[in-house]
Design a protein around this ligand. Structure first.
Ligand SMILES: NC(=O)c1ccc[n+]([C@@H]2O[C@H](COP(=O)([O-])OP(=O)(O)OC[C@H]3O[C@@H](n4cnc5c(N)ncnc54)[C@H](OP(=O)(O)O)[C@@H]3O)[C@@H](O)[C@H]2O)c1
Length: 259
């Protein structure tokens, strides 16, 4: 039977790297992203040129009903979703309270938390019927640490993390593996960090920390961990994993105490 890996939030970073990794294992890949049709076509072309099966969808997870309709379409027309990756970010850059409007805060919640809740509500019943499936959810430093300018981002990412824990409590005993991955550092991700910084600043960052210095997380390496999580034996499941470059301080160790 065809096995599907559905990736929601599939830019050239974690999204596409995960697609490549699962495709190599014979999965049919469904890529979802919000706006970049050209980027989506390029990704589908890369996968199919390498002999893999893939389909792409432009969809905004904040829009009512579209996410649910897509899950139903895939399940009824393409095959069983064995693994889903919720990878949509909710970063809006640093904004003090005064600059964080109600609208922005609410959008962050829709991206970070409600989208995952909607995916879980629609998808998990299918997985429960089969008593198998994995839901891998990308987190960030903001999932575990609030900071100045991060009101919207930290609130929604922490909420996403807690949603993973409560989903896990209900669904792990039914055979569904829900794993939350704290990405505790910057990723070499052109469609997210790259666009936020702009081409020059992104290249400068890559020169200072990336390439052979390995000070930026490399998407293909993150994808190795995602694949491993989806394949873990039920007797030894990871429910939360954190990843960072070897040279980065972990989130709990950023402040040097002046003793
Ligand atoms: N990049 C970093 O440095 C960093 C650091 C820590 C944690 N993270 C986490 O990593 C995840 C993202 O991974 P990545 O940075 O490697 O990105 P990526 O996989 O390259 O791309 C993510 C894609 O999500 C899509 N997206 C955004 N909003 C969406 C929406 N409303 N509906 C549907 N799709 C949407 C965007 O599509 P379009 O381009 O088509 O709009 C974007 O390209 C996020 O969960 C983020 O919190 C990232």
């Amino acid at each position: 039977m065809r096995k599907i890996c559905l990736i929601i939030g599939a830019g050239a970073g974690i999204g596409m790297a995960t697609a490549r990794r699962f495709a190599r294992e014979g999965y049919y890949i469904c890529l979802v992203r919000r706006s970049d049709q050209e980027g989506l076509n390029k990704s589908i072309q890369e996968l199919t040129t390498n002999g893999h099966e893939a389909a792409g969808f432009i969809l905004d997870v904040t829009k009512p009903d579209e996410l649910e309709a897509l899950v139903e379409k895939i399940e009824t027309e393409l095959g069983a979703i064995d693994t889903a990756v919720y990878n949509v970010g909710a970063q809006i850059g640093d904004r003090d309270l005064n600059d964080t409007t109600l609208k922005v805060f609410e959008l962050g919640w829709r991206l970070g938390t409600l989208g995952l809740f909607r995916l879980a509500k629609k998808l998990l019943p299918y997985m429960v019927e089969r008593s198998t499936g994995s839901l891998l959810v990308t987190g960030a430093t903001a999932s575990v640490r609030g900071n100045r300018g991060q009101h919207s981002h930290a609130a929604t990412m922490a909420s996403r993390r807690m949603l993973c824990q409560s989903l896990n409590a209900e669904f792990a005993p039914k055979g569904i593996h829900i794993a939350h991955i704290v990405i505790d550092g910057l990723i070499d991700a052109p469609d997210t960090l790259g666009k936020m910084l702009g081409p020059d600043a992104f290249e400068d960052l890559k020169q200072r920390k990336g390439y052979e210095k390995n000070g930026l997380l490399v998407p293909d390496q993150i994808a190795e961990s995602y694949f491993h999580l989806a394949r873990q034996h039920p007797s030894a499941w990871t429910h939360e994993l954190d990843l960072r470059p070897y040279s980065a301080l972990p989130w709990w160790n950023h402040v040097k105490l002046d003793l």
